[in-house]
Design a protein around this ligand. Structure first.
Ligand code: C5P
Length: 399
């Protein structure tokens, strides 16, 4: 529902900026208010006068304008809206968003905003396909920035390829989706574990594993996108905290269990973390010194709590749905089926993590969902798509 919503439209400097005039007109027709920020380069393509005439609002262009700051500070500008739309999202502005650069009003507003963001990229096809742009776009997508387009076709420079900004009707439809009615998980609470755990040996050393956290973080984003209030309990990863998700950072398995229990009650718990099976029984208070004869220390290990099994076997405040993962390298279905019963969870997502599959740390995953009724095999999908499918299946089950 666009009616009555406040849109902050950030227009960057690309030839597609002219399409924004049409977008503003249509948004106004549909009952939205539209406030616009123009970069310096955008003003080479559309004038602030035409933008303010169509939007019937004053246009913001300058970070260091006393009048602007007096009238509405840039922080308020960033937050006084229901959705931020970046169109055209140029390679330059996408890079600034990904890196958190704030060196003009548009980039500063984007960094300071806590609102959902929809970006409509537009650029030359070589620039779009450049590894740097693709990496930056992936970073934004992982943070929950929604994208519309780009499409393919003739580009302004006479070349053909992917890079054309989505047309205003497509952008409107994407805005509609972003602002849409209540999601199927509205009012539901979800808990997701993600990443590795670090098990300390002494104040400087630890035992860890290679989990990237990509799958768990993607699941948290997908559940939040369907309206759930999500707590993401994560071990150390290189991923940014997804916006709109409550993130709790922990290191060890014992800390992860405590944070999960603190997050209860929830409707669904998804345990995607690669929790260390063992911890060092007695963590040394001081850094362990090398012995003079070079003999290595012996570390006594203790078994870590199984977070998935603990949540699934709770007598009080058991989540209605408890979902685990089973990473296996052989007899996948058989082992995962036994694991589901052993741990007491409702569903288990089995995936083959043999090194040749590239699943661990990679971007794709082929999973089999095992529940009380049988096995449902999904094709090899991006981890984001696995997350979306899982979130949709969870929404269905909690209906
Ligand atoms: O036993 P295994 O490590 O194969 O089980 C994998 C599943 O159990 C995953 O969902 C993982 O997040 C969860 N797990 C856990 N706590 C542990 C070990 C595994 O939550 N200590």
């Amino acid at each position: 529902m666009i009616q009555g919503k406040r849109i902050l439209l950030v227009i960057a400097g690309g030839i597609a900026a002219y399409k924004c005039l049409e977008l503003i007109r249509r948004l106004r027709e549909r009952g939205a208010s539209v406030r616009c920020v123009l970069t310096r380069a955008a003003q080479e393509f559309v004038t602030p006068l035409s933008v303010s005439t169509l939007s019937r609002e004053r246009v913001f262009t300058d970070l260091f304008s006393l009048t602007d700051e007096h009238e509405i500070g840039h922080i308020r500008l960033a937050r006084d809206c229901d959705l931020v739309v970046v169109a055209p999202a140029t390679a330059d502005l996408i890079t600034k968003m990904a890196l958190g650069i704030a060196d003009d009003l548009a980039s500063t507003v984007l960094l300071a905003s806590d609102r959902p963001v929809l970006a409509a990229p537009a650029m030359n096809h070589v620039m779009w396909n450049a590894p740097a742009t693709q990496a930056n776009v992936a970073t934004l997508a992982a943070r929950g920035v929604a994208l519309v387009g780009p499409g393919s076709g003739p580009l302004a420079e006479g070349e053909t390829g992917i890079g054309r900004m989505a047309e205003p009707p497509e952008i409107l439809a994407a805005i509609d989706r972003q602002l849409g009615g209540p999601g199927p998980l509205d009012g539901r609470r979800a808990l997701v574990t993600s990443g590795p755990t670090y098990e300390p040996i002494d104040p400087v050393r630890y035992i860890a594993n290679r989990s990237s956290g990509k799958q768990g973080h993607a699941i948290a984003v997908a559940l939040a996108r369907l309206g759930a209030r999500v707590t993401l309990v994560s071990g150390p990863t290189r991923l940014a905290d997804p916006p709109g998700v409550h993130c709790v950072h922990i290191e060890s398995a014992v800390e992860m269990l405590r944070a999960c229990e603190d997050a209860l009650p929830v409707d669904v718990a998804v345990c995607a973390a690669a929790v260390a099976d063992w911890r060092v029984a007695a963590v040394a208070a001081e850094k362990i010194k090398k012995s003079d004869d070079g003999a290595p220390p012996t570390l006594a290990l203790a078994t870590n709590p199984d977070i998935l099994a603990t949540l699934a076997r709770r007598l009080d405040a058991r989540p209605r749905l408890v979902v685990g993962f089973a990473a296996e390298t052989e007899n996948l279905i058989e082992h995962a089926t036994a694991k589901r019963l052993r741990k007491g969870c409702d569903w288990i997502l089995a995936n083959d993590v043999s090194p040749e599959t590239g699943t661990f740390g990679g971007d794709a995953n082929a999973v089999h969902v095992i529940d009380g009724r049988g096995v449902e095999s999904w094709p090899r999908l991006g981890k984001d798509e696995v997350a979306d499918r899982l979130a949709a299946r969870i929404a269905e089950a909690l209906r």
